[in-house]
Write a new protein. Structure first.
Length: 207
């Protein structure tokens, strides 16, 4: 299940006077969406959209409901109102991969790594075509890993492809402690976060 997604809400004010936003709420009220908002005044004649709130969409709650739709109600000072419709649907399926490829047992201490490059194969288990546009190492992962042989691809349902090759950077020295990190796969359906684990396999005494 994807983590909750945050979307910033921007507004333009074409009036000659500023407009005070008094409230922003989803209608009907739902556990699927929360709004981070404080009353704010939008300047007049804004040349660029003005950030007024942040919407958080909870995919776990949406999965229980299966489908969610409604309206974002924006109340301004006085009687002004603005209605923005929204709809979301959870697709069954997922992007599957071999988790053993994401685990690396390192040598003791800070010895240099000696892992062969690993081909990262994925399978589209959605019922719709999946467009994979990019693969990105998170900042801490980029210190140790590198990705090669990746090209954007369109995957049909049940199709398997070798998406990229994952390997350590040459002569990299890992920290002594076990550490998890991750990479992100950006698709037309969602952003898939894949955890990478490096561990020594040694037990640590806990007092």
């Amino acid at each position: 299940m994807d983590p909750s997604v945050k979307v910033k809400l921007y507004l333009n004010n074409s009036y000659k006077k500023s407009i005070k936003i008094m409230g922003i709420v989803p209608v009907p009220t739902t556990e699927v969406m929360t709004v981070d908002f404080e009353p704010i005044r939008v300047p007049p004649d804004t040349a660029e959209p003005f950030h007024v709130a942040t919407l958080t969409y909870n995919w776990a709650a949406a999965h229980r409901i299966r489908k969610c739709c409604g309206t974002i109600l924006i109340r301004t000072q006085g009687q002004g109102r603005l209605m923005i419709p929204f709809t979301a649907k959870v697709l069954e399926g997922g992007l599957l991969y071999d988790e053993s490829v994401t685990k690396f047992k390192t040598t003791e201490g800070t010895q240099k790594t000696r892992f062969s490059p690993r081909d990262f194969m994925v399978s589209n288990r959605y019922r719709v075509p999946l467009v994979i546009t990019s693969v990105t190492l998170h900042q801490d992962a980029a210190q140790y890993f590198e990705i090669s042989n990746f090209q954007p691809v369109v995957m049909q349902p049940k199709e398997n492809v070798t998406l990229f090759t994952l390997q350590f950077k040459p002569n990299i020295v890992l920290p002594r402690n076990n550490f998890p990190t991750s990479l992100s796969v950006q698709t037309n359906v969602s952003t898939v976060v894949i955890r990478l684990f490096c561990y020594s396999g040694r037990l640590t005494k806990v007092n």
